[in-house]
Design a protein around this ligand. Structure first.
Ligand code: 4HQ
Length: 384
């Protein structure tokens, strides 16, 4: 990848381009960082690049030297032109990954009050903010963007951490890390990490990530897959309304549930012969049961634990799915989603009720339990 930084202070980029992981990537030829100084692309003889802003006392960078710099940077080839500024769209890992597919990024660094807006209109593809605060220039944001984007290029950082943590563990906060000495100023490394039980270590790290995310950044749980952070299983119980669901449709639905990490789709079928026939045709991802109670009992026995039962009946009231997701993450219990039926079938059992899915002209009607299941499971176990 080629990155051209348009800056009046190229010396600021120099140590960054030569040091650490970025320096290594440059050395290896995976990344090239060039600087273009707009002072070398001025119109007059004074090398003027800034001027007083119309209507306010401040200074802004002039459009022409910046535009010429960008055209020089592009040469004949295509490039994506970025302008870091607090008015831009917020930089996040999704944006970073979409930027990483570019062969050539041009990053234009502003100064003072900013740049002439007509330059932005003419030359900039994307205005990006690295956070809600005001800096004196765009060079630090340019380095932030280059750093985050470069580590997404294969070969720039060790593959294990980059690929695994960013895809499987994406969307959640990292766990705490420790190194020697095991005891430092009276503070001990958590015993589980020095114990050598790798399954226990994985479980501890998952719990740490979950607890930190839930406590510090509940907002990002909305878009995260909480599946990898649950120690116990996930189950779906389906209560068909009046007529039975055909076996073929049920095994398709079980397939969808499985892709979200669900262990079994239990379907309540009252008649004995219908139940046997369904079980014979729907495959072993489906379990036909006679009552809600027997479904819950089966899960309880299999998990050897009390479950968190989440009921989605599509009625007003109930807990918002994002809050339910946080509770599910905190609960440390097997999750059981119940779709279809109504609240009376679970009268007496301890349960949490989901509010309706909202959108369009009001509450989205998900009378079809299969649709409801896929939408809800995607919110808990899909990532975006
Ligand atoms: N600046 N995210 C003003 C920023 C900034 C930010 C860069 C200060 C541009 C003209 N850039 N100059 N926050 O504060 O990206």
């Amino acid at each position: 990848m080629l990155v051209t930084v348009v800056t009046a202070f190229p010396e600021l980029l120099e140590p960054f381009s030569r040091s650490g992981v970025i320096g290594k990537a440059v050395e290896k030829g995976i990344l090239e960082i060039r600087c273009i100084n707009p002072r070398n692309y001025t119109e007059g003889t004074y090398g003027q690049i800034d001027d007083y802003a119309y209507g306010s006392g401040g200074m802004v960078l002039m459009a022409e030297p910046l535009a010429r710099s960008v055209y020089a940077a592009k040469g004949e080839g295509p490039a994506t032109v970025l302008y870091p500024g607090p008015q831009g769209i917020p930089l996040d890992q999704h944006l970073v990954e979409s930027l990483a597919v570019n062969e050539h990024l041009v990053i234009v660094c502003g100064r003072y009050e900013g740049v002439d807006e007509r330059f932005v209109e003419e030359c900039v593809d994307l205005e990006i903010s690295i956070g809600d605060y005001v800096l004196t220039g765009g060079e630090l944001p340019a380095m932030v963007i280059v750093d985050a984007v470069a580590r997404m290029i294969p070969g720039v950082v060790g593959q294990e951490s980059a690929v695994e943590e960013d895809s499987f563990f994406r969307g959640m906060l990292d766990t705490p890390h420790y190194t020697r000495p095991a005891s430092w100023r009276g503070r001990e490394v958590p015993g589980v990490l020095t114990g050598g039980d790798h399954e226990a270590i994985r479980s501890w790290r998952r719990a740490q990530s979950a607890a930190r995310t839930s406590g510090r950044r509940p907002d990002i749980i909305v878009g995260a897959n909480i599946g990898p952070y649950l120690d116990k299983g996930v189950y779906v119980i389906l209560v068909p309304a009046t007529e039975a669901i055909p076996a073929a449709e049920l095994s398709e639905m079980a397939e969808a549930c499985f892709t979200f990490g669900c262990r079994k789709l239990l379907c309540v079928v009252r008649g004995g012969s219908e139940r046997k026939s369904l079980q014979a045709h729907a495959g072993d991802r489906v379990k036909a049961v006679s009552t809600m109670e027997s479904a819950l009992a089966w899960i309880r026995k299999r998990e050897k634990a009390e479950m968190l039962t989440i009921v989605s009946v599509g009625e007003a009231g109930g807990i918002h799915w994002a809050e339910m997701k946080r509770r599910a993450l905190d609960s440390d219990r097997p999750l059981v989603f119940v779709f279809g039926g109504n609240e009376t079938i679970l009268a007496g059992t301890e349960k949490e009720v989901l509010g309706p899915i909202r959108g369009g002209k009001g509450d989205v009607s998900l009378s079809n339990a299969r649709d409801a299941a896929v939408v809800i499971l995607d919110r808990f176990f899909g990532w975006r």
